[in-house]
Design a protein around this ligand. Structure first.
Ligand code: SAM
Length: 213
């Protein structure tokens, strides 16, 4: 995708999520689709004892608020491109710092954070650019935890079709995800399918990387 196509794609995604924001917090949608991935991320942050955490593409702020309330780190930042989603996030919690920013261009100095997390949004990103940005803003030893839709096998037909429409499907396989992490400079520490208490048609993956010290 060229820069102009990427900008148009980001604009379309932003418009869509601002439109969808009011329906997003529906209880069963959250429980079935989004919460299991968020549970995995909270567990990783707790295990690593992270203190300066950014939740990228935070949506309506459910995960960032949980991180703030359950883990009590020094600071939690919630970032998204959609004003509609951020408006709901601001109403949810005033102890998280909400910011409007794309995943590919974060408003932090080099090495400022010790954790970057993102759930159920990575498929929308320019993935190499976002991972390079996560690496830049992390301190050595900091972690990145990404949950993303991920087919169990690569889907070349789907990718070709969506690429033809100007927006290549970005749901990487586990192997492709590890490759993206390594190319961005991370050591892959953990990777597994998101554990779901009941069957859902969602097939997603968590990958955790460390910026080498
Ligand atoms: C399905 S929602 C997920 C929200 C939240 N992470 C969760 O788990 O509930 C996807 C979010 O990604 C955001 N988004 C998509 N592309 C983005 C990008 N390149 N940078 C920042 N946010 C983005 C959308 O605005 C939307 O709020």
């Amino acid at each position: 995708m060229t820069t102009i196509q990427r900008r148009a794609f980001n604009d379309a995604i932003t418009r869509f999520w601002s439109f969808a924001a009011p329906a997003y917090d529906t209880g069963c949608l959250q429980r079935l689709v989004y919460k299991p991935a968020q549970d995995e991320v909270v567990e990783q942050l707790r295990r690593h004892g992270c203190k300066q955490i950014a939740d990228v593409a935070c949506g309506t702020g459910i995960l960032a608020t949980r991180i703030q309330q359950e883990l009590r780190p020094d600071e939690v930042y919630g970032l998204d491109m959609s004003d509609g989603m951020l408006a709901q996030a601001r109403q949810r919690c005033d102890r998280v710092r909400w910011m409007s920013a794309p995943a590919e261009q974060l408003p932090f100095e080099d090495g400022f954070l010790d954790a970057v997390v993102t759930t159920s949004a990575f498929h929308f990103f320019d993935q190499p650019a976002a991972l390079a940005e996560f690496h830049r803003v992390l301190t050595p030893g900091g972690i990145v935890a990404v949950t993303t839709m991920s087919p169990r096998h690569s889907l070349p037909v789907l990718h070709a079709l969506s690429a033809g429409l100007g927006a290549p499907a970005h749901a990487p396989t586990a192997e492709a995800m590890r490759k993206l992490f390594v190319e961005a400079g991370f050591q892959v520490e953990d990777q597994h399918r998101v554990r779901r208490p009941v069957w859902t048609p969602v097939s997603d993956l968590i990958t955790v990387g460390v910026k080498p010290a």
